[in-house]
Structure formats: C-alpha cells, structure tokens
Design a protein around this ligand. Structure first.
Ligand SMILES: Cc1cc2nc3c(=O)[nH]c(=O)nc-3n(C[C@H](O)[C@H](O)[C@H](O)COP(=O)(O)OP(=O)(O)OC[C@H]3O[C@@H](n4cnc5c(N)ncnc54)[C@H](O)[C@@H]3O)c2cc1C
Ligand code: SF4
Length: 576
C-alpha cells in the first residue's frame, strides 16, 4: 500500500498538482445534451491556456483530454523508467527516407500534454521567422509578424514564469522577468566551449523553471527530473500554471476521453464531437464551437478521421494541406567525455544556450540556422545514446554507463524547412477504438542535410573547445510542429491567422500544428503565446463565432492581468 493510499482513479475535485499546490475546486460538469460554448480537444500546452482564458471570460468551456488528469503526488515518480506513462504511446506508423522516432519521448498524453514532459526551454522565435519566404525564398511566411505575438510572449513569460538573463541579445533583444538559474556541470561545459571560441552564450535560461518560489509553487531543487514531469512543481506546465485557474473559473476537464470525430450539423457548422469515454463507450457532446488542440500529429489525424459528405478528404481540407508541411527540428545530441566529473543530472537539462547561428548566413550554402543548447540525459537516455553513438553493447555498454558522471551533452536545434512531402496521413491500421492511426512520413531535403552537417560540426567544435577528450554524436529529431498550417490564402493553408479553419467558421485548430515554419527555437512558448492571442480574438468576437460565418480579421484587444491569482509579483521577479 503506497504511503498516500491505494492507487485509485483520481478525484477531479481534489487534486495535488505539486507538493504544495492543491486544486480544491468542485469541477463544473456539463451534461452531454447541454451545449457548451467551446469544446477544446486536448488539454496540453495550447489547450490549457485556451481553457483558462475562455473560462475566465465567462464562456462554458469543456476540455476533452485523451489522457489522465494527473495527481502529481500519487501518479508521478522522480525516476526515469517510471515516467513513460507521460507520453502518447498509442500506435502510430512512421516512414519516409528519414523516419521520425514516435511513441515515448515524443508527444504527451494527459492534462498538461507535452508541457508535462518538456524541458521548459522557452526562447522566443525571431522576427525573421515570420518572413522566411520573403527573406530567403524558402519555406513560407506567417500571416502574422513578430509584433503581433510580442505582447503574448511577454504575458506568458510572466505567467509561467520564465527565468533568464536580464539581457538576451538574439532576435528581438529583450530581458526576462525572473532571475536566471545557477549553472550545472553541462552548462559550465557549454560556457567554457563557447567562450573559448568567442561565441556569446546565455546562462541560466530562458527556461520556465522557478529560480525562486512563486505563488504556491516552490523553487527548483536541481534534481534534474524535469522531463519526468517535475514532481516538485517548480517547472511550468499548463497542469500547474493555467489549469487550476481554469477550473476555478468554471471550466470542465473530461479526462481519459478520446475524441474520435468532429460532427457537422445540417448548416455545415461544427455542432459537437463524438468521443470514447473512460469506460470505452462512445458518446456525443454538443458544442457551439470546437477548437482542436491535439498536437502536430493528432490534430491532422482527427480532421482526416472526421471526413464526411462534402468534406470527403477530411474536415477543413479543401486546400489538401491537412497533414502536409509537418516539421521536426534537427535535434542531434553531441556527447563529450571529460576527465573531471560533470554530473549532468544535477541541474535542469535546459539551462544554457547560444542562438549565435540562428539566422541565415550568406556565407553558408544553406538557408536558416540552428541553436546549441544544454541537454542533460539521465542514465537510461544516456545508455540509449551510447548504443547509437558508440555501438556500445553488453559489457561495453555497462562500462560506458558506469562512466556517466564524466559525460556532458549538448543538443543542436536546427531548422528543418516545411516540405509538402512530410506528412501525416491515415494508415489502414487501427487503434484500440477502431480509429485509423496516423502514418507519419518524413524526408530530409538538401537544405536540411547541409544545415544539419554544419550544425553538427559547430556543436562538436564547441564540445572539443570545452575540454572534452572524446566527442561522439547521436542523430535525432525534436519538437514536431506543422500539419495544419496557418496562412492568409485558403488554397495553401488550413487555418487563418487566429486558428479559424478556412472551411468551417466555428472550427478552430490551435496548437503546434499551425506553425508555417519553425525557426530554431523550442516551440512551447510560441504555442502558448499563439493560444493566448486566439483566446483574446475569440473573446473579442463574443457570440458571433457561434452564429455567424463572417470573418472579422481585426486584431483583438489585449487582455491583461490574467496571471493565475496570487502569483503576480511573488517570488523573485525582476520588475521593470
Ligand atoms: C522530451 C521532450 C522535451 C521537450 N522540451 C521542450 C522544451 O524544452 N521547450 C519547448 O518549447 N518544447 C519542448 N518540447 C516540445 C513541447 O512539449 C511541445 O511542442 C508542446 O507541448 C506541443 O504543444 P501542443 O499544444 O501542440 O500539444 P500537446 O501539449 O502535446 O497537447 C496535446 C494534447 O491533446 C491530447 N489529445 C490529442 N488528441 C486527442 C483526441 N483525439 N482526443 C482527446 N485528447 C487528445 C493529448 O493527449 C495531449 O494532452 C519537448 C518535447 C519532448 C518530447
Ligand atoms: S531540476 Fe528543478 S525543474 Fe527539474 S525536476 Fe527538479 S525541481 Fe523540477
């Protein structure tokens, strides 16, 4: 019998979401025949922010989440092998010339989604990212520019909040609202290597981890279990930042409910969703508007699985772009062995980076660029990297693993461009609900290969310059986005600049799938900032979204003061 009692299904009304933070809110429960205003599919990075904003504005909001509503004290462990249930491990098919590893360590499942297992690096996109096609003749332009997102970056950096340097020089130079973290061994290695080569480096962030206590969340204790969820509650996830406030504001989260299909009414507008509940029974929930926030793979999959008369190739797919232009960042890990112990587990993996090579450099034979970041794999992940990088096995692998404390690892984050042949389509295989699973196809193109080769070389140079005596690398990818891209032209994109599908006026997609390009910044902050902007738009539109097909593209008024209660100015803010 565990110390906290028997392992039972969570009671949604009384939840521990950290050792100190408890939700004591009797959760609102809507009847299925009651028409909610907004039904959000997926309560992850984007879904959590949308839920909070829309509930605060007084809408009836229901978040339908395929995974569980975590009770962090009971469900989570500070242990690498015990945390695999945080991932979406339902079947998916992968293929193409450069297949992506799916399953564990890819996308999240459960309230908080991918923000539960993210490392919480939170750099912003650069202004150039919004006009890649105009500047470089590759990729695509966004239908918005940096200035449109700037106020939302600033809001989310305060709400998570983000720790980082007072002056961050890359992109649109700015400072962070909370002071930076002290360095771990990997960070020291990155600083040493970059400094030796004259490369500027950012120390102690930007990362959405508390350097000091904040509201009812404690500060980081540097045990390094961030990707395992952070049982401490110091790392921001929408589970601990926005969801408690959403529930207090009257939202419902229906967890362990898998949405199978979006239904259209006779008027051609979305009228609700079909879903499998936690007992596996199929139900229908009515809604005045639907927002799909299911991640770069599951969002296109749901639209494709919702094909119906008049939308035979999938909902919102008149352009044929649903599932196309899927992107992943190159995420090669470069590992170096040092004579002195590094102990890379003794800090959050995310705490130092350089964006010095982010922008297109005319001297290169490729467009766009890359970042170099700290990565602190725990022993199991390290073991897998040693299998891949050194072909270590048996006793050889054991020897490498016993040497773990002497290794540091840096990750490159390289911009792979959006290509039409990188896709999510439907496989003939079915999941346990009888739904066709996603088939992901991924191919590297010439620009991507040249960029990865240059980024790998530079990251290895930095590792050598830091004093490593052996340097090896593992090829991998990180952070999937795209598949329902936003754009002004309905012939080449799925949603408009607010996430409204071009084809169905009360159906929205808002998550990482809407990115037209991805830069070399980790996507989570931008995903949450986009969600906050869409929430402002929906609130500014009022009931018109539910009744009218007219599209008002005026910029919404920015709503401020939305930080979860009791958090503003708490902790160690660097106030202007
Ligand atoms: C190991 C790791 C580390 C990472 N570190 C970083 C980092 O440091 N910084 C960063 O910015 N990003 C990081 N990321 C990426 C980041 O986690 C994702 O980009 C982000 O969470 C995606 O947000 P989203 O809203 O698109 O989807 P998610 O956050 O994945 O949310 C989607 C939710 O929808 C639910 N869902 C899907 N389909 C359905 C359905 N049909 N019915 C009901 N529910 C459904 C899912 O269960 C999930 O909870 C990391 C990712 C991994 C794997
Ligand atoms: S290192 Fe800090 S953020 Fe990471 S799991 Fe530990 S307490 Fe949480």
């Amino acid at each position: 019998m565990p110390i906290l009692g028997a392992f039972k299904a969570p009671k949604n009304d009384n939840h521990m979401v950290g050792p100190l933070q408890t939700i004591h809110a009797p959760m609102k429960r809507f009847r299925e025949d009651e028409e909610v205003d907004y039904l959000i599919v997926g309560v992850g990075s984007a879904g959590g922010v949308l839920l909070q904003r829309l509930a605060r504005a007084g809408f009836k909001v229901l978040g339908m989440e395929a995974g569980p509503f975590w009770d962090t004290e009971r469900d989570w462990v500070s242990d690498e092998s015990g945390s695999h249930k945080l991932y979406w491990t339902e079947p998916r098919v992968t293929g193409g010339t450069d297949p992506l590893a799916l399953g564990a360590n890819n996308s999240g499942q459960g309230v908080g989604g991918g923000s539960v297992h993210w490392a919480a690096f939170t750099p912003r996109l650069h202004p150039s990212d919004f006009e890649v096609y105009t500047r470089d003749g590759v990729g695509a332009d966004w239908p918005i520019d940096y200035a449109d997102l700037l106020p939302y970056y600033e809001q989310l950096e305060l709400e998570m909040p983000v720790s980082g340097p007072a002056y961050y020089p890359w992109g649109y130079p700015h400072g962070y609202p909370y002071g930076p973290h002290p360095m771990g061994g990997v960070g020291n290695a990155l600083i040493k290597g970059c400094t030796a080569l004259g490369i500027p480096v950012s120390i102690g962030g930007p990362v959405a981890i508390l350097a000091g206590s904040h509201g009812d969340r404690p500060h980081c204790i540097y045990r390094g279990f961030c990707i395992q969820g952070c049982k401490v509650g110091a790392k921001a996830s929408t589970l601990v930042t926005h969801v408690p406030d959403a529930l207090r504001s009257g939202a419902e989260i229906r967890d362990r409910c898998m949405v199978s299909r979006i239904e259209l009414g006779k008027d051609g507008r979305a009228c609700g969703v079909h879903y499998f509940d936690r007992e596996g029974s199929e139900n229908f929930q009515r809604a005045k508007a639907v927002i799909v926030a299911g991640y770069a793979i599951e969002s296109p999959r749901l639209l494709l699985n919702s094909a119906t008369k008049g939308h035979e190739h999938g909902l919102a797919n008149s352009s044929g772009t649903v599932g196309k232009y899927l992107m992943a960042q190159a995420g090669n890990v470069v590992l170096g062995r040092f004579d002195q112990p590094v102990r890379m587990y003794k800090a959050p993996p995310a705490h130092a980076l350089t964006e010095e090579f982010y922008e297109t450099n005319p001297k290169n034979d490729f467009a766009r660029g890359f970042a170099i970041q700290t990565v602190g794999p725990l022993p199991i992940a390290f073991g897998k990297q040693m299998v891949a990088a050194r072909k270590a096995w048996g006793w050889g692998l054991r020897r490498e693993m016993m040497d773990y404390n002497h290794w540091a690892s840096f990750g490159l984050l390289g911009e792979i461009l959006p290509w039409a042949d990188n896709t999510v389509t439907l496989s003939d295989d079915q999941d346990r609900f009888g739904l066709r699973v996603a088939h992901v196809t991924f191919n590297l193109h010439d620009n991507d290969k040249k960029l990865i080769a240059a980024a790998k070389k530079k990251t290895e140079e930095v590792m050598w310059a830091a004093g490593a005596t052996t340097v090896v690398q593992e090829s991998r990818y990180a952070h999937l986005v795209g598949g329902c891209r936003m754009g002004s032209d309905p012939a080449t994109s799925v949603v408009d600049k607010f996430g409204r599908t071009h084809d169905v006026a009360n159906l929205f997609v808002m998550d990482g799938s809407v990115f037209p390009t991805q830069g070399s910044a980790n996507p989570g902050l931008t995903i949450q900032a986009l969600a906050a902007r869409t929430a402002d738009y929906l609130i500014s539109q009022g009931d018109r979204v539910f009744t009218s097909d007219d599209r008002d593209h005026a910029e919404p008024k920015i709503r401020r003061g939305l930080a979860p209660p009791e958090t503003w100015g708490k902790g160690v803010p660097r106030l202007k």
